[in-house]
Design a protein around this ligand. Structure first.
Ligand SMILES: NC(=O)c1ccc[n+]([C@@H]2O[C@H](COP(=O)([O-])OP(=O)(O)OC[C@H]3O[C@@H](n4cnc5c(N)ncnc54)[C@H](OP(=O)(O)O)[C@@H]3O)[C@@H](O)[C@H]2O)c1
Length: 336
């Protein structure tokens, strides 16, 4: 079977290797063998593939994987042969509060991921996929979808009528737009592109602002709420955007910090954060239980993930180059 691995990190994406290897072993008692058919690209995967996040040479890429159960061990109750399944981001965090604070056991980073045609792993490393979804749609759930769900619903307790601020139109933010609209919230979203903002409006975004041409976009969003402030922010930017997000948030609102697009450290307007009594929560994806809850919700929310472009597994490096170009709106996927 085919798999895509990291090569010499100094060569970046040019160093990625396509390898032909023997298929994995038959599953033991608690394991399943999955024929993988799709993955989806995340900023994190790009870091590993490009060599900026150091993973050992030979690491099989990609955190997200979706496919079909080919065989199940004798103790496996959750799945049977033929079931459609999707991988989880933290195989060891099954339920309850967070138990992990790094990527040492995340597929595609600390351990081998799903850029391969077959895998045999414990059944608890996968959840079921939503009924009637294509594999490439399900593959968007593991990282981007679940992070948006956890930020808004698990941590934010989103309610119909709430207001939400989303930053940019990448995988997480577009998912968050869909979840928020499906749950009856009002959404403001930013982008560097007027064309992408138009797309967001066509998906139901109530207010849009170009963060390149409007340097005071936080204040602009605050004005959209008549000075009251939004209830929720899904913060993907980090140091260069957090101050604007705090400005845009209401007293007692929630900011869930999930991204580091503008860097990994910087100044925070602490006095304003304190005066507004904002809840600022750091989040990395979610648990197996969160993913099961999200899959159940997706079946009633009538959401179809937005897939910008699909690539073949052999062309994974090109898929990452496309992601790095920033042209995408929503998710980039790999089909195999
Ligand atoms: N903590 C977690 O669990 C978790 C999970 C998933 C992702 N993340 C993080 O969240 C971030 C986004 O991930 P993603 O997968 O959605 O990335 P992505 O699909 O590559 O999207 C990136 C988008 O962010 C927007 N952007 C870039 N710079 C921005 C800025 N200064 N202000 C506002 N928007 C900006 C751009 O949107 P426009 O083109 O519209 O301008 C860009 O297309 C990354 O830092 C990633 O590592 C964290």
């Amino acid at each position: 079977m085919k798999q895509i691995e990291t090569g010499n990190p100094d060569k970046g994406l040019d160093g990625l290797k396509v390898n032909d290897v023997a298929p994995p072993p038959e599953p033991k008692d608690d394991e399943i063998m999955v024929q993988l058919h799709a993955s989806s690209l995340n900023y994190h995967d790009y870091g590993v593939a490009s060599g900026t996040m150091k993973a050992p040479e030979g690491r099989i890429l990609m955190s997200d994987g979706a496919g079909v159960v080919k065989a199940a061990g004798s103790n496996v109750k959750a799945f049977k042969e033929g079931d459609s399944v999707v991988s989880v981001f933290f195989p060891d965090w099954q339920t309850g509060g967070p138990t992990v604070g790094d990527f040492s056991r995340t597929p595609g980073d600390g351990i081998d991921g799903y850029a391969r045609e077959f895998v045999t792993v414990p059944a608890s490393w996968f959840t079921r996929a939503p009924k009637n979804w294509q594999h490439n749609q399900s593959a968007t759930i593991t990282t981007a979808g679940l992070t948006a769900w956890r930020a808004l619903v698990v941590e934010g307790n989103l309610k119909p009528g709430d207001t939400v601020l989303l930053l940019g139109t990448g995988g997480v933010s577009v998912y968050a737009l869909q979840i928020a609209k499906a749950m009856g919230a009002r959404v403001a979203i930013t982008s560097s592109s007027d064309e992408k903002l138009e797309k967001a409006r066509s998906m139901g975004a109530d207010f849009t602002v170009n963060y390149k041409t409007d340097e005071n976009w936080g204040k602009t969003v605050l004005e959209w709420t008549n000075g009251y402030g939004v209830d929720h922010v899904v913060e993907v930017g980090g140091p260069a955007t957090l101050g604007h997000s705090i400005k845009a948030t209401r007293v007692g609102g929630s900011i869930v910090l999930i991204g580091v697009l503008t860097g990994i450290g910087g100044e925070v307007p602490t006095a304003l954060l304190m005066r507004k009594q904002i809840r600022l929560t750091g989040v990395i994806v979610g648990s197996h239980q969160h993913q099961n809850d999200f899959v159940n919700a997706l079946e009633t929310l009538d959401i179809e993930p937005v897939i910008d472009k699909s690539f073949a597994l052999d062309d994974l490096a090109d898929a990452f180059r496309y992601e790095a170009s920033g042209q995408h709106f929503g998710k980039i996927v790999v089909d195999y």
